[in-house]
Design a protein around this ligand. Structure first.
Ligand code: SAH
Length: 381
């Protein structure tokens, strides 16, 4: 038996490998080993989730950002970006249109925009929750102090996405300005978990300087954090950033890592991302075939859609939300999958009442999971 096949079997059995094992598995990728990995990953996912793929509506409500991440098109020093910021009313109207299309999760994403302050985010979240009590709200607003995360959780936010980008401090430093550290990211992720959010971390595949050994560090970090969601997508250069001439990440390596994540934790919520669909016309279908189980069509209003460009050639910037909704449904049906219109919480939370309001929050609220332990008791009442 080949080493790669043996490592794949071991991963399926144990849910993890050594750092060396992960790096060897990644380096040993061949079309055949990938097919084998995808078949095990798909089976593992179907045992937990069946044929359904959860749908999330992505609302990119501001492209103002105080950060200067070297890879990101909306970084502060990119003066060519035409900046925009939706009002809470516009966000609510967008949710309303999305709700009519069947969306039951709204993902609010933006740059780190000091002009849309914590209080305004909280107000927006509570208005969404009041208008659409059957829907989940996911925030993806970057790094903030614990008090702010607690405020948003108390306002009703259910989930938080914050990719760690890379677990290795030197690699992180090569992709970010000096004032940003991976230690801060990790601290934020742990706080979010303690506050009872369903938490997602993740990384770009093929970011400049990434190696199989560094990816192994990312995977072991995920193993330790035990997030509810993991978002990964290929790095795609943006022409007006310092990394403009760096080569893009590989679709095949991204798919392979999706399969690995699925075998590490069959219950994870894993999106087939827009970046994957940007590099390959059927990248999202391939992502689901490799092990993903979430798709995130864009709901951002047409007038500003083309201005939220983290990377070049982003897809779906000219399509209306209703078209995107039907498009993803057709794409999923083309590979024998169906859109599941439920909220799509992590299986741990389904044991609790998914519609219950969050526990009364203090900054120390929530039940921290023991490090390395299986996901702790649901923090919801
Ligand atoms: N400001 C928020 C959310 C916006 S960025 C935050 O920092 O979390 C969302 C994700 O897009 C980032 O975490 C990053 O992993 C990804 N991204 C940014 N630039 C990218 C690029 N050039 N190619 C691929 N993905 C990119």
């Amino acid at each position: 038996m080949s080493t790669t096949r043996r490592l794949t079997d071991e991963l399926a059995r144990e849910g993890t490998l050594t750092a060396r094992g992960f790096a060897d598995l990644i380096r040993g990728r061949t079309p055949e080993s990938a097919e084998y990995l995808f078949s095990l990953a798909s089976e593992a996912r179907d045992r937990v989730f069946g044929k359904g793929v959860f749908m999330r509506g992505l609302i990119e409500f501001s492209n103002h950002c105080r950060n200067d991440c070297l890879y990101c098109g909306i970084r502060r020093s990119n003066r060519l970006v035409e900046r925009y910021r939706l009002t809470p009313e516009e966000i609510l109207e967008t949710c309303s249109a999305g709700h009519s299309l069947g969306f039951r999760t709204f993902v609010l994403q933006s740059g780190e925009d000091p002009g849309f302050g914590p209080g305004l985010v909280a107000e927006t979240v509570s208005r969404i929750k009041a208008s659409f009590p059957d829907s989940a709200v996911t925030l993806s607003l970057g790094e903030h102090p614990p008090e702010t995360y607690a405020l948003w959780r108390a306002a009703g936010a259910d989930r938080y996405l914050l990719r760690h980008e890379t677990r290795n401090p030197e690699h992180y430093a090569s992709l970010h300005p000096r004032d940003m550290t991976v230690a801060t990211r990790v601290k934020c992720l742990r706080t979010l978990k303690e506050l009872g959010y369903q938490v997602g971390c993740g990384f770009m595949v093929g970011s400049p300087g990434q190696t199989p050994e560094l990816l192994a560090e990312d995977l072991l970090f995920i193993r330790e954090l035990r997030p509810h969601m993991v978002g990964i997508g290929p790095f795609i250069p943006h022409r007006d950033t310092p990394l403009a001439s760096a080569p893009p990440g590989s679709v095949d390596e991204t798919l392979y890592l999706l399969g690995i994540l699925r075998l590490m934790d069959p219950r994870l919520l894993i999106p087939a991302t827009t970046a994957l669909g940007t590099l390959d016309g059927t990248g999202r279908e391939k992502g689901v075939a490799a092990g993903a189980n979430v798709i995130m069509p864009i709901l951002t209003p047409m007038g500003v859609r083309g201005k939220y460009l983290l990377y070049d050639n982003k897809i779906c910037t000219g399509d209306a939300s209703s078209a995107c909704r039907m498009c993803v449904q057709r794409r999923m049906e083309s590979i024998g999958r169906e859109i599941d219109t439920a909220r799509g919480d992590h299986p741990d939370l389904l044991r609790a009442s998914p519609c219950a309001p969050p526990a009364s929050m203090s900054t120390a609220g929530g039940t921290p999971a023991a490090p390395g332990a299986a996901p702790g008791p649901s923090p919801l009442p």
